[in-house]
Structure formats: structure tokens, C-alpha cells
Design a protein around this ligand. Sequence first.
Ligand SMILES: Cc1ncc(COP(=O)(O)O)c(C=O)c1O
Length: 398
Amino acid sequence: MARVGLREWLALAPVIASGRLARYNGSEGGPLAYFEAAFSDKFDVKHTLTTSNGTGALIAALVAAGIGPGDEVLVPAYTWIATAAAPLAVGAVPVIVDIDATLTISPSDILRKITPATRAIIPVHMANMACDMDAIMKIARDHGLIVIEDACQAVGVSYKGRRVGTIGDLGAFSFNQFKNISIGEGGAIVTNNDEYFARARMYHDIGAVFRGHLDNANMPPIPGINLKASQIQGAMLKVQLRKLDPMLRRMRERRAMMADIIARNPNFRVGPSHDPAGAAGLHAIFETQDDAMAFARAQKRGVQRIHDSSRHIFSFWQPILEQRPIHPKMNPYAWTERKVQYPPDMCAASLDILKRSCRISVGENYPQPLMRYLAHGMARWGNENPGLLRPSPGYRNS
Ligand SMILES: Cc1ncc(COP(=O)(O)O)c(C=O)c1O
């Protein structure tokens, strides 16, 4: 994530001095409008709408695309719970799909999980790793599905030369404290579709039609909720956007250097990527979960077995797995044609991969020589201590 510092602090002063902290308070232009124009330009997308957070961006994107009761939405087994909770917020139901060794949604399991009620796919670019967007877009077009990319954890990352979030019908980003653009809380929706944009604007501003959200759109107004961002957020976003590409460059360089070094270790496999040239995230896959645990323990810093940070794994999404509605009469699971269920053995392949995988930090804010040193340590692991792990003949980094 990008560091927050003096520049953000200085950018806040004029906004505070102006007294115009809210978006539609005589400050319709201001930092938010500037940021949205700059973001659209950088990401090569027609519309950007800043929101109060990434969860709100996902919900507004689903509303914009007309997803609702009776609809099934495909989400991956490895993501923050917000991805799965967002469909429920619009009355639809999440259907959980396996990930593959790239740690992103498996196109072949998408095909298995499609039913007549499926309306949308939310591929998640987890931990700066791009999904297989060519395959996903083909499936979506073949089956008439809407694609809402969850790029919350991969702001600015590219897939075959295009920024993730801009490839599907809509994209959602998070700018919370831990993201590539980091302002505490914040988010955005992007789309090239004028109608989706108009509906998202209406929804994110409670249906305040007098603010001109539908000025050029030929559609009736819809009510919404308040997901607006403030000009305080806008001022920080302007600064952080300028830091984004230099930071991504540092991440890609370090990722390439570290992947190259650790690939020399025959005891595990560098996790595959759908676009190694654009990849900014790094992981390793072991033959057994014991090996993954031993590796994480030995490295001490910057390495975590994914299953040990369980918050992002479907098996820990208790409110969703238990299908508990916010009100007995507002229960999306009662509105589907078929009974959607979450059996315990669902997505066993994902659990297996996540138990055998470690995420490796590329240390974008640390000196490159330090990251090289750490990578060499990883490359040596297991060779110096052969007793630590079983031989794993199937895992050669050739
Ligand atoms: C994959 C993913 N989707 C959605 C979100 C939700 O974003 P926010 O925290 O800004 O609401 C997050 C945040 O952590 C996330 O990681």
C-alpha cells in the first residue's frame, strides 16, 4: 500500500479552509470531481464514481446492473466477506465458486455453478493477482451474464495491458487503509456504460434527482442509500492517485526479482499468474500443508500461510453460511427458485490450495536489497533443512 504522509496532509488544508467538505454543498467540482476525471483518464474508462467504501461500490454496481431477488451471483471462495455479502444487500444470493492455483476464481468451476438463475459473476483480483479475465468474459458473454470485477485488492493492477476493474461491465475498488490507494475508507465504481453509471449515481445519493444525476439519462429515478464520498476523501485521493503507478512499478519489479530467485527452490512451486508481466502479488504452493506451515514459520517476516489468515476464506463467513437474514421477511434465500445451499464439502479444492499456499510480501516500501536477501533465504529453505519437509517430486519450478 502507498504511504500516507505530508502531501496528503497539505492537500487537506485548502478543503478544510474552504469549509466545503461535502460533495453537494456548493463544491460540486472540488477534489472529488478532479480525482474521478484523473482516475477515468489513467484507467481508460468512461465513468468513475467515488463512493464511501468498496463494499458500497459493489452494492451500487449490483443495483446499477439490475441484480435483485431471485438472482444468483457467482463469487469466489477466497475473498473478503464483503464480496459475498453485497449480493444479499440487493436481495440476490451468492453462490460460492472454487479458486484455482492462481488464488482467483476458477473458470471451470464457474461453468459448473451456473444455473438458470445465475445473473452475474464477481471475479475478485485477490492480493494484486489478476483473474483469468479472457476466460471469464467469454463465459459471461456465452451465458448472458454481467461481470462486476471486484478490484478492491488490486487497484491499478493490469491484465494483458488493461487495468483490472475496467474489463467487465462494472468494476469496484476499495481505498481503505490496506489498499494500493490508501485513505482510511473509500471506494469507487467504474463503467463504460452510461445507464449503469446513471443508476449508480442515483443509488449512491439516496435518489436525489434534483442533483442532476439523471440529466442525460432517459430513465425514471430510483431511490437509494447514501454512499457518497466527502471532499476530504477526494483531497487525499488526488495525492494517492499520483503515487499509484510508481508504487505498482516497485511492486512488479520486486515481484519479478523475488519470483525469479525463489523459483530456484525445488521444494515448492511459485504460484502461477494469469499475467506474469503485470503481476504485483506473489505466492508459493507446497505439496503438503505441513510444508507450507514450516515455510511460513521459518521465514518469520512477510510470509503467511493463507489459511492462517482465515478471514478471507469462505469457510469463515459464518453469517453467510448460516443464511441468516437481516429480517425474517427480508430473506433473499426465500426468493430463489431452487434452494441454494452451502454444504461443508463445498469448495474443498479451494481449502486444499489455501492450506498449502503462502502469500509472500513483495515489500514495496522496503529497500530492494532487503527483499532480495529475503528471497535468497526462501530459495535456500528446505535445502539446508531437508528434515523439515517431505520430498515433493511433483513440484518443480521448471
Ligand atoms: C476483495 C475485497 N472486496 C471488497 C472489499 C470491501 O472494501 P471496503 O473495506 O472498502 O468496504 C474489500 C476490503 O477489504 C476486499 O478486500
